[in-house]
Design a protein around this ligand. Structure first.
Ligand code: ADP
Length: 577
């Protein structure tokens, strides 16, 4: 018969400590939140040694993680003590020597620096450094051994093991965080590239860039400035997290002298300021809490080999931006430069187009008038093939004239050169009048037009001519894109503070992916672009949206393929009749 001796008290304690270590290891390997892992380590360290208190402090070398975790002390007690220890006195000795420290009575130790006010009295101490790659990154200490005067050498050995676990946890969490950030960075850059390619306005990209810079560089504020045309200052284009100045106004420009942007203009490379307090002569725009950033990183936006803008990120805490962070901000600056190029090309193209349209107008008017006169007076006398040619010239010069007018109108709207002549207008009446003037168009295609009038009068402030122009565009589209014998419904709904005019048709509908694009300049759906059956320039809806927005309203479409489309105009209601 084999007899098994029951474990001695010593062995029992050893088993308990091993269990505690194993359980802490399991937590570390299954949990990625650093504070949760560190809390487990601090709690287990306190329990295994029978200590009253435990604390674990980690200072991140790259400032990614800073944690101070306590065990055995309530949240309120923690708050009353205030700031975590700064590593003076005995903790300072522990960190400096990089060796375990065992003290029987702290108050009698000459190296102590004393407890802060409201700190509970503590007597015995056992502390060990936490190090990663031979570099001390923090400390783990337990205090007040229960039922004993001091901690033992064996406790010290175990605590060292726990500190190793803490180091592993810190390293895991750092790697995880870095990996997550790297993935997020790649994803954001891909999204920005997509946004730049898409029809999105390049200016909107600036907003996206400042938002992304804040999120990925983990700073509260970012701003993008461009050099003004006279090169005398930097004008703010987009920002996140900057404070309005004391008089409530945002600092919308930076001087060339006495700003980091000015320095970047000269150096043409990024500037990384770790401590802004050292630069007393430099202007820093205040953050949202009215404080000045502690650290700032500024990268140049280079266009055509020259710096013509900067992007800045502002940190409220002192930090040194890593090389990866600098490259990231430079990548953002690269996107901003591409957006600028897109804006410039767009402007050049539009300027050229409107100049050409303008120049074509006079000769075209002459052609149109001559063809009109010929068609009206001579068609009967001309042989049929010639009469057809004359009518062809007449129709197409009319088309060309409309196109030029639309082009010039859109350019004026885009440049904010259209002034509305606002007056109070009853919307139901205006919609009905416009629909009636277009009746011949609907009759020509044998389309049924149903007009639903509102129950009550609805007054809006509008420029009648311009509003009718918007309604005509939507109604003629319904007419054009709905087959013969189809139906069009026009309804006006008055709500509490808005009015909605809906033009619904029984046409082919617009696929979801095209619904926002139909409002873009020149955009025509492929089926219409590729066939000459329905004439159009792709400018009408773009003009209409501008006109509606100029009235403080909104224009959108709801549609399902095969079910027809509904274009909706929403306008603010003017309560004073
Ligand atoms: P245009 O009609 O001159 O092409 P618009 O800007 O008015 O230009 O319209 C843009 C495109 O939107 C049209 O080419 C057409 O493809 C689509 N569209 C507009 N209205 C409708 C509608 N009611 N039903 C279906 N497609 C429409």
């Amino acid at each position: 018969m084999v007899t098994v001796d029951s474990p001695t008290a010593n062995e029992n304690q050893m088993i308990k400590r091993l269990q505690a270590l194993v359980s802490a290891s399991i937590t570390i390997s299954s949990e990625l939140d650093l504070d949760t892992v560190l809390q487990t380590i601090a709690d287990t360290a306190r329990n295994f040694a029978g200590a009253q208190y435990a604390a674990l402090g980690i200072v991140g070398e790259d400032e990614l993680i800073i944690s101070f975790i306590t065990s055995g002390i309530s949240k309120t007690e923690r708050e009353e003590i205030g700031e975590p220890p700064r590593g003076h006195g005995l903790l300072g000795v522990l960190i400096k020597q990089g060796q375990p420290l065992r003290v029987r009575n702290m108050s009698k130790d000459a190296r102590r620096s004393g407890f802060p006010p409201n700190h509970p009295p503590m007597t015995s101490l056992l502390g060990v450094p936490v190090s990663i790659n031979n570099k001390i990154v923090g400390d783990l200490y337990i205090t007040d051994r229960i039922n004993a005067d001091e901690f033992t050498a064996e406790d010290e050995w175990w605590l060292t093991l726990f500190a190793r676990q803490a180091a592993v946890a810190v390293q895991n969490a750092r790697l995880y965080k870095k990996m997550k950030l790297a993935r997020e960075r790649a994803q954001t850059l891909a999204e920005l590239a997509g946004a730049l390619n898409e029809a999105i306005k390049p200016e909107e990209l600036f907003d996206q860039i400042t938002l992304a810079a804040c999120r990925l560089l983990e700073v509260p504020a970012a701003a993008l400035y461009l050099l003004d045309t006279n090169q005398t200052r930097f004008d703010l284009q987009a920002q996140t997290g900057l404070q309005s100045s004391i008089n409530g106004e945002l600092h919308t420009c930076l001087p060339l002298q006495g700003s980091l942007a000015g320095q970047v203009l000269v150096k043409a490379t990024s500037i990384n300021i770790e401590n802004s307090a050292e630069l007393s002569n430099v202007f820093f725009p205040p953050l949202q809490n009215n404080q000045i950033a502690a650290s700032v990183l500024v990268s140049p936006i280079k266009h055509g080999g020259k710096v013509n803008g900067v992007i800045e990120v502002h940190s409220d805490q002192r930090r040194k931006f890593s090389p990866e962070e600098i490259s990231l901000l430079e990548a953002f600056a690269g996107y901003a430069a591409l957006a600028l190029e897109k804006i410039q090309l767009h402007r050049q193209r539009e300027d050229f187009l409107s100049m050409t349209a303008h120049d074509l107008r006079a000769p075209l008017t002459a052609i149109k008038m001559s063809a009109g006169l010929l068609a009206a007076n001579l068609t009967d006398q001309l042989p049929p093939p010639l009469a057809r040619l004359v009518s062809n010239i007449d129709r197409n010069s009319e088309r060309l004239n409309n196109l030029l007018n639309d082009l010039l109108e859109l350019t004026r709207l885009e440049q904010g050169r259209v002034q509305l002549k606002l007056a109070k207008l009853e919307i139901g009446e205006a919609v009905a009048a416009t629909a009636h003037t277009l009746m011949p168009l609907f009759e020509e295609k044998n389309q049924k037009l149903s007009l639903e009038q509102p129950d009550a009068e609805g007054w809006v402030m509008a420029d009648r001519r311009r509003l009718e122009q918007a309604l005509v565009n939507i109604l003629t589209n319904a007419n054009k894109y709905t087959p013969s014998s189809g139906q069009i419904w026009v309804s006006t709904r008055i709500e509490e503070n808005r009015v909605i005019v809906a033009v619904k048709d029984s046409g082919q509908g617009i696929p979801a992916e095209d619904q926002s694009r139909v409002f873009d300049r020149y955009y025509r759906r492929a089926i219409h672009e590729q066939s000459d059956e329905i004439a159009g320039s792709g400018l009408g809806l773009s003009i209409t949206r501008h006109l509606v927005e100029l009235h403080g309203g909104q224009l959108w479409v709801e549609s399902e393929v095969g079910q027809g489309s509904t274009f909706l105009i929403q306008l603010p209601l003017n309560s004073a009749k």
